[in-house]
Design a protein around this ligand. Structure first.
Ligand code: GDP
Ligand code: MG
Length: 440
């Protein structure tokens, strides 16, 4: 996984103020492997990495981030941009019915998607769709669509397997117009591989139906093949969008990146299971994180970026450097970290956390933090500035003043000293070290 692989790189980069060409090379090498492992096509990876290098080299490092994080942030932005930036809407025809044609290889999930989409349109737009069964090569395919129609209480037009798909579509459309349906979903046949006969048939259906959307349905599990399939279908049919199914599997979804890069067509929805409710709008930023395998690390980075006061960080860094970090700074730092949100939530965003057994149950003890604050607030200014030794008498006074036991105060002081190390890690930009420290 990318995060693991980057850990070594992270270590070497700690404390740097500027991203050098070498740093970028090192990081992008790892990202390249991650993308290839996620099944992104090689030419796409190459082009992508080139862009990243151009953009990242010479970038000034923000106070809150280390160079590796900075580069990853750029990687995420670029990935998200390639994947389409924002979500892509389903097109609607100015006059009814809006005709949507599903195309793709056999088993990709066309029929299932037709059912999911019909359900969504019915429920969200109160639409009245008609589905047309134009896959005449397998009787089971027609039954499958009819069963979905019954489940959803949405009509399905079929003429069995005797008529040609083109004629079925023609008759089905006539019926939809007559009944003033607002959507028509055409479920077409697929093949195990692309062949001319299939493409011919699909082109004829397209010419007749003049669909507003031609949605290519591809199976994410087929990885690199999916990109090639998308290229051919787009060349032959000029598709309007892509649906990526079976993202509920353990695939990283790199196909999404290749498909988007190769066809330039928007990805509109993803299928995340066999059930009719397992349909999701495609969000480029989420897919980007998924492809990189980084959990919510980027969210964490963004939070750090927006929340950390750069001036304050610089001041604290200076104090750290001169070993002047004291109890007042500790409180200030704690407040800053807490302003990022509930610590439990922050913990969950740390890459790899979810993979550590039992880590999901780690509870950050907010009470404990309140206790620490109370102890510091009981200190005199001189004590906070570390100008006097916290001897047993003073510790007893702090215990009484803050409503804690003597043992608690001792523990806290010990932790404070550990925290100084932890802060040192953070000042050099290592978020992981800081978060790991917080969890202790
Ligand atoms: P078609 O040949 O393109 O019409 O494909 P189908 O719609 O018949 O789907 C083929 C198989 O994939 C069926 O067993 C579906 O239940 C399954 N399937 C479709 N979409 C998804 C999905 O998003 N996730 C999973 N796990 N299975 C899916
Ligand atoms: Mg089918």
């Amino acid at each position: 996984n990318l995060t693991e692989r980057l850990q070594g790189v992270f270590k070497n980069l700690r404390g740097k103020r500027k991203v050098t060409e070498n740093d970028v090379l090192e990081i992008t090498k790892e990202i390249r492997v991650a993308l290839l492992e996620a099944d992104v096509a090689l030419p796409v990876v190459k082009k992508f990495i080139r862009n990243i290098r151009d953009r990242a080299i010479g970038t000034e490092v923000s106070e809150a981030l280390n160079p590796a994080q900075q580069v990853i942030s750029i990687v995420n932005e670029e990935l998200t941009a390639i994947l389409g930036g924002g979500e892509a809407e389903l097109l609607k025809s100015p006059k009814i019915p809006t005709i949507i044609m599903m195309v793709g290889l056999q088993g990709a999930g066309k029929t299932t998607f037709a059912g999911k989409l019909a359900k969504k349109l019915k429920e969200e737009q109160n639409a009245r769709p008609l589905m047309i069964a134009a896959d005449v090569y397998r009787p089971a395919a027609i039954d499958q669509l009819k069963t979905l129609g019954e489940q959803l209480d949405i009509p399905v037009y079929d003429e069995g397997t005797a008529e040609s798909p083109v004629n079925i579509v023609k008759n089905g459309l006539a019926k939809a117009r007559e009944e003033r349906k607002d959507y028509v979903l055409i479920d077409t046949a697929g093949r195990l591989e692309i062949d001319d006969k299939l493409m011919d048939e699909l082109r004829q259906i397209k010419a007749l139906a003049e669909p507003t959307e031609i949605l290519l349905v591809v199976d994410a599990m087929t990885g690199q093949v999916a990109a090639q399939v998308a290229k051919t279908f787009d060349e032959q049919l000029d598709i309007t969008g892509v649906i990526i199914t079976k993202l509920d599997g353990d695939t990283r979804g790199g196909a999404a990146l290749s498909i988007r890069e190769i066809t330039g067509k928007p990805i509109k929805f993803t299928g995340t299971g066999e059930k009719l409710t397992d349909l999701e709008v495609f969000y480029p930023d989420r897919m980007s994180s998924r492809i990189l395998g980084m959990g919510d690390m980027l969210t964490l980075i963004e939070k750090a970026q927006s929340q950390f006061d750069e001036e304050q960080s610089a001041k604290l860094a200076e104090k750290m450097a001169e070993n002047r970090f004291d109890y007042s700074d500790f409180i200030e730092q704690l407040d800053q970290v807490q302003s990022m949100g509930p610590l439990d939530e922050i913990m969950k965003m740390i890459p790899g956390m979810s993979e550590i057994p039992g880590a999901a149950n780690v509870k950050v003890d907010e009470k404990e933090i309140a206790r620490q604050k109370a102890i510091v607030l009981s200190m005199t200014p001189a004590e906070r500035r570390l100008e006097v030794e916290l001897n047993p008498a003073r510790r007893r006074r702090l215990a009484a003043g803050s409503g804690n036991s003597y043992v608690d105060v001792n523990k806290f002081i010990k932790r404070f000293n550990q925290s100084k190390e932890m802060m040192q890690g953070m000042m050099s930009g290592d978020m992981n070290a800081m978060m790991a420290g917080m969890a202790k």
